[in-house]
Design a protein around this ligand. Structure first.
Ligand SMILES: Nc1ncnc2c1ncn2[C@@H]1O[C@H](COP(=O)(O)OP(=O)(O)OP(=O)(O)O)[C@@H](O)[C@H]1O
Length: 307
């Protein structure tokens, strides 16, 4: 099996009296899009900084792209979008990106082409000639994201890449990230859990500098072990369903009119089999069905994990 792009074991980082990372563990598979989820102050930005080699961890082991975190070793292989990216105000967007591409060792011509390519990723080609100081907050953020893609690095860390973006550009950026799935490793921190659920393969919940839970998004959201049915007002044949399905747990939320069936997946018991059996019985009992699905949302799981 491939070594992970990033592995942290029992990493600690203190800022004086503030213990920002308290033994965080993380394993980011190569080629995955990985979500880092946690409340304000959980330690996400600090974690990015120790991974990049901007800050030194006090304790623990960090392996990034097969070696220790070292800014010099990462040249062109790792890129990060800081939470509040800052641009030189007097340079144009094109000059800014070309300059950074040159710092990576590209020739002037390659650097110019690379600047145009990454501007295309964030739909900013039209603003290439604008001075950075005249850009809106969202446009600056998009230049920062473009910058992180310069040189097509193996590992990209994006701290809240869609914060402040309008809905269309946030959507387009999500699509752009999705298109890199399997080719590049991308770690994304965001407070938009719907967004992370849509684009990420794996996720970790971080709180108070520790990993609470981590794994495949499909496992965290119990896609294989839980189904739900939403009932429209009308019959509520919950007991009959329980009796019919047998060895499963059926929970009924009468306020939201959502019933959840949790089960042990097996060869003849995939989520689709349970959905079919539940719907047959519910319809036979006259229930009116207004929605069906698998698992629970990442947001729900996060709220449960951090309760
Ligand atoms: N340079 C610093 N000096 C002192 N304390 C710091 C420093 N940087 C971060 N901290 C503290 O470390 C903790 C973790 O902060 P961090 O910025 O990593 O959180 P975060 O998860 O990125 O939060 P947010 O979601 O608000 O961006 C916080 O308590 C913060 O106040």
């Amino acid at each position: 099996m491939n070594a992970p792009a990033l592995a942290l074991t029992a990493v600690h980082k203190r800022f004086g009296a503030v213990h920002a990372l308290r033994g965080v563990d993380l394993r980011v598979p190569r080629g995955s899009i990985f979500a880092l989820i946690g409340p304000n102050g959980a330690g996400k930005t600090t974690l990015f900084s120790v991974v990049c080699g901007f800050l030194r961890a006090d304790q623990g082991t960090i392996t990034v792209l097969d070696g220790p975190p070292d800014v010099m070793r990462f040249k062109g292989r790792l890129a990060a979008l800081p939470q509040d990216a800052v641009l030189g105000r007097e340079l144009t967007v094109r000059e800014h990106l070309t300059f950074l591409a040159r710092l990576q060792g590209m020739s002037p011509e390659t650097a110019r082409r690379e600047a145009e390519r990454v501007l295309g990723i964030v739909d900013l080609s039209e603003l290439a000639g604008r001075r950075a100081g005249t850009l809106s907050h969202g446009q600056v953020k998009r230049v920062g994201v473009a910058q992180a893609f310069l040189g097509d690095p193996e590992l990209i860390l994006l701290d809240e890449p869609t914060a402040g973006l309008d809905p269309r550009h946030a959507h387009d950026l999500r699509e752009a990230l999705r298109s890199h799935r399997g080719q590049r490793t991308i770690v994304v921190s965001s407070h938009n859990l719907q967004e992370l659920e849509a684009i990420c393969d794996e996720a970790a919940f971080i709180e108070k500098g520790q990993t609470l839970e981590a794994g495949a998004v499909s496992a965290l959201t119990a896609q294989d072990a839980e189904v739900f049915v939403v009932l429209a007002p009308g019959p509520e044949p919950i007991d009959q369903l329980r009796a019919h399905l047998g060895d499963v747990a059926v929970e009924w939320d009468s306020q939201r009119r959502v019933l959840r069936v949790s089960f042990q997946p097996g060869p003849n018991r995939a989520a689709e089999d349970v959905i079919a059996a539940a719907l047959r019985e519910l319809l036979a009992q006259g229930a009116r069905i207004s929605g069906v699905g698998k698992g629970r949302s990442l947001e729900q799981r996060y709220l449960e994990a951090t309760r």
